[in-house]
Design a protein around this ligand. Structure first.
Ligand code: CA2
Length: 166
């Protein structure tokens, strides 16, 4: 029978990796306005879905929302450092309207070298033309759009799949 050497770290001893779920401007209003576009569930409901998905995939969850571009950029930079240190599996980013405007977010993601899934609750490509361009997509590992808030657990599952592939 194979017995691993006792000084080698065993899976249960290894620290869980974290997933950062980062939400941008106005997403604090989820469920409170525009239910026809974004549904009736709130950001707290999104957080609960993410908690469940992280539990399934044995990740710790860091869930944040900010209306401020600089705060989002600081979080991306922090995530890059955490991933480089082996503590973070990746980021799920719903950058809200900054998706369509922020070269600064693009540069931050690229500079941080972080594994990132771009997420949108709505199908941005079926909406106004100004939502079709994303500054995030070229520096994202993948893009999830149009699955409502159920897209969040799908994006976390995608990060789990990437971690297994690595
Ligand atoms: O579909 C998405 O998740 C978006 O990222 C949401 C952004 C929008 O600018 C993007 O084009 C697509 C808007 C977030 C604002 O969310 C609200 C929620 C409820 C009420 C008002 C805004």
């Amino acid at each position: 029978m194979y017995t691993p050497a006792p000084w080698l770290p065993r899976p249960k001893d290894l620290a869980m990796k974290t997933v950062l779920v980062l939400n941008g401007p106005n997403l604090n209003l989820l469920g409170l306005r525009e239910p026809a576009v974004y549904g009736t569930q709130t950001l707290a409901d999104v957080q609960a879905l993410c908690e469940a998905a992280c539990k399934t995939h044995q990740f710790a969850l860091d869930f944040r929302q900010s209306n401020h571009e600089g705060v989002l950029i600081d979080a991306i930079q922090e995530a890059g450092r955490a991933q480089a240190a082996g503590a973070l599996a990746g980021v799920v980013l719903n950058a809200g309207a900054y998706t369509h405007t922020s070269l600064a977010l693009h540069d931050a993601i690229k500079g941080a070298g972080v594994t990132l899934v771009e997420l949108h609750i709505s199908n941005v490509h079926a909406r106004e033309a100004f939502r079709h361009h994303s500054f995030v997509s070229p520096v994202a590992k993948g893009v999830m759009a149009g699955f409502g808030i159920k897209g969040y657990p799908l994006a976390i599952a995608a990060l789990a799949g990437m971690a297994t592939d690595a």
